[in-house]
Ligand binder design. Structure first.
Ligand code: ADP
Ligand code: MG
Length: 257
């Protein structure tokens, strides 16, 4: 079953064509990679899906609902979570506080606090704390819960960002270069966490330059070049696709990733 469908997306930035009639769809419960040379338009796709920028043309459907004009918070509440190429955390706060803050977005306690008995509020708070610890467990950061985010390693910061993106319980998770800058051991951990999330029922779309990861964990790969889809399919097909090899080996003027 299709969870996300992108139809004919177009986006220009001051005369630069970032996306040029891009269409693809994602099946529920699968791991999908979005790849392509630097500047191909991958992050722009994420920014449009998550509502941070609006396309010049085209549409996005999530579970059959047109979300193209939704504001970012509404898209997040509709079930799309994301991380950023450049990590965004509250670095002075602890790991646990970072998660609790993300979870507070989900609760409407400010609204309900006035009408609920304090026991109910305490119970809601206990459930939130429990959920936060569960999320930290999921990304192997439980032991670091009281550390300040700024004192984490780069890999741990990436994991914390994923846990934050999971706070609203998204059905579709967008990860922008989750392996970037990771040591091999942490990259392996990240791969197994992405698989675990898929096993838990999440659908994953991730941008990645590390081909080992892409070929290892994705069931489906979409290849962009100059804002267009040049290939799409299972890893074994993409690996042998001449257009892809050419795009990566310097066929285009963009720097190969
Ligand atoms: N906010 C923006 N303003 C102007 N140009 C942008 C903006 N975002 C992206 N671009 C341009 O759009 C193209 C695609 O960028 P991007 O989506 O970041 O590529 P990728 O993530 O594949 O490296 C690039 O030429 C980039 O310079
Ligand atoms: Mg990018």
């Amino acid at each position: 079953m299709e969870i996300l469908r992108i139809d004919n997306l177009t986006k220009h930035f001051n005369g630069v064509t970032a996306l040029d009639g891009l269409s693809f769809s994602i099946e529920k419960g699968t791991i999908n990679a979005l790849i392509g040379p630097n500047g191909a338009g991958k992050t722009t796709v994420f920014n449009i899906i998550s509502g941070l920028i609006k396309p010049d043309g085209g549409a996005i459907h999530l579970n059959g609902i047109d979300i193209t004009s939704f504001a970012p918070h509404r898209i997040a509440r509709s079930g799309i979570g994301r991380t950023f190429q450049i990590i965004r955390l509250f670095s002075g706060m602890t790991v646990l506080e970072n998660i609790l803050l993300a979870l507070c977005n989900k609760r409407h306690e400010s609204l309900f606090a006035a009408i609920l008995p304090s026991r109910a509020i305490r119970e809601a708070e206990a459930r939130t704390a429990e959920k936060a610890l569960e999320l930290l467990e999921l990304v192997n950061l439980f032991a670091k819960k009281d550390a300040r985010a700024r004192n984490l390693s780069h890999g741990q910061r990436r994991l914390l960002e994923i846990a934050r993106a999971l706070a609203l319980d998204p059905s579709l998770l967008l990860l922008d270069e989750p392996m970037a800058g990771l040591f091999p051991e942490t990259a392996a951990e990240m791969r197994s966490i992405i698989r675990r999330l898929c096993d838990c029922g999440k659908t994953i779309l991730f941008i990645e330059h590390d081909m080992k990861t892409v070929m290892d964990i994705s069931g489906h790969i979409i290849v962009l070049n100059y804002g267009r889809k040049i290939a799409e399919g299972a890893p074994h097909r993409i690996r042998n696709e001449p257009l892809v090899i050419e795009a990566y080996l310097g066929g285009g003027s963009h720097a190969a990733a």
